[in-house]
Design a protein around this ligand. Structure first.
Ligand code: ADP
Length: 411
């Protein structure tokens, strides 16, 4: 089965086209600056790059150009759209509707629309992706894979905020959590690497990228996660503040006369390690500045390390122990410094990092010492492949179900 994975952002669209027979990435690409000056599509086929620089007015045009690139005689990978067997869409918010991926139908589209109020920046773009693909390829089955689904197993005491309870019942204000596909994937891989049943493990997964979240996984189920009602809660990120005293917001309104849009902009785009360091949101730049003894870069890193470490302690307490800590995503996979510093002084918990093994970048490896009670693993995440796997499984079940139904009707 050949599956097209679509990840629609507000002004960008990422895609991958995967042959599931051998999990081979046939092509991947990115459309940027949709509806703006300088829009561009870049496709990569086994290292060979293909670029279309042309005004791309909206997501419908963007997806048409994706199909054009995949079909291109010289740079493409298919000769007809019917060679796309299924489409998997990354959808950020499934609210309380979905605890797993689903085949897209009219009810699913309606429910994703219901969740727009919970993810106003992401869900509208995800919906456009679904609707455009439905229009262009009406007979191709589609699956929605939600960032929130894996965390639907959290117990009430993890997801209800200490606010008037009606804000939850009447306005759906609760913790949802994000990066679910990644946390699920790396926790399953961790159990495989340790040769243990996931039901016997207490795992803390640290997805540390531009956006970052940490999850407590007990018996294969998410029981708590650091992101919340939105992807702003939790640890500080590239440009996002993470958790702060909520009264800072009312102070900014009252004393600094800032508007809602200005506060949103500060918390989402001007805070995090970028806000503290004033240098960059990219940890490579901040680590380099720290080496040059830049004080604010040093402070940004120390704040980040300390918050990650506190979540590790917090979740170890929540689960009554921890067997394994997993590092994944851009920073978790590639920064030995971050892994070492966030496990610093955790020997009392039974965590001991092997400095030599920890030099690894971007590969699945155990980086704890042989006698470390808690295993520390680096596991590269692959959200697109997970989306493709869910899509394949659901589409195969759906086809089987349809065939059985047709057989019954004929009988
Ligand atoms: P997202 O998918 O959330 O946009 P990624 O998971 O791709 O983010 O992570 C990107 C971040 O990973 C970069 O901003 C950078 O901070 C960090 N990163 C990537 N490579 C390295 C590296 N070699 N050393 C330190 N940090 C790195």
């Amino acid at each position: 089965m050949r599956i097209l994975i679509i990840n629609c952002g507000s002004s960008s669209l990422k895609y991958q086209f995967i042959d599931m027979e051998n999990e081979f990435l046939l092509a991947k690409g990115l459309v940027e600056r949709i509806g703006m000056d300088g829009s561009v599509l870049c496709q990569n086929r086994s290292g060979e790059k293909y670029k279309i620089e042309i005004p791309i007015l909206d997501h419908k045009e963007a997806i048409s150009f994706v199909l054009k690139a995949l079909l291109d005689e010289k740079h493409g990978v298919i000769s007809d759209v019917s060679e796309i067997d299924a489409i998997g869409h990354r959808v950020v918010h499934g609210g309380e509707f979905y605890s797993q991926s689903v085949i897209v139908d009219d009810t699913v589209i309606q429910n994703i629309k219901e969740c727009v109020k919970l993810a106003p920046l992401h869900n509208p773009a995800n919906l456009i992706g679904i609707e455009v693909c439905k229009g262009l390829m009406p007979s191709t089955p589609m699956v929605a894979v939600f960032d929130t689904a894996f965390h639907q197993t959290m117990p009430e005491e993890s997801y209800v905020y200490a606010l008037p309870y009606e804000l939850y019942t009447q306005h759906s204000i609760r913790k949802y959590g994000f990066h679910g596909t990644s946390h699920k994937h790396v926790s399953e891989k961790a159990a495989e690497m340790l040769n243990k049943n996931i039901n016997d493990l207490k795992i803390i997964t640290c997805h540390l990228g531009n956006g970052a979240s940490i999850t407590a996984i007990k018996e294969g189920k998410s029981i708590d996660t650091s992101m919340g009602f939105t992807p702003l809660e939790g640890i500080p990120m590239g440009t996002r503040s993470g958790s702060i005293d909520p009264a800072i917001i009312t102070f900014m309104i009252r004393e600094l006369n800032l508007s809602v849009a200005e506060i949103d902009d500060i918390l989402n785009k001007k805070s995090g390690v970028y806000g503290i360091s004033g240098i960059s949101s990219d940890f490579r730049d901040i680590e380099a500045a720290d080496e040059d003894e830049n004080k604010r870069a040093h402070l940004a890193l120390e704040i980040f390390y300390s918050k990650v470490k506190k979540y590790i302690g917090y979740y170890a307490a929540a689960m009554g122990g921890v067997d394994c800590i997993v590092y994944t995503a851009g920073l978790g996979e590639n920064s030995p410094e971050v892994r070492e510093k966030t496990c610093r002084d955790l020997e009392f918990l039974g965590v001991s990092i092997d400095k030599d093994k920890n030099k690894v970048r971007g590969q699945a490896l155990e980086v704890s010492t042989v006698d470390s009670k808690v295993k520390v693993l680096v596991i590269p995440t692959n959200e697109e492949l997970m989306i493709a796997k869910d899509t394949q499984e659901l589409v195969m079940d759906f086809k089987l179900f349809k065939e059985e139904l047709e057989d019954k009707i004929i009988v």
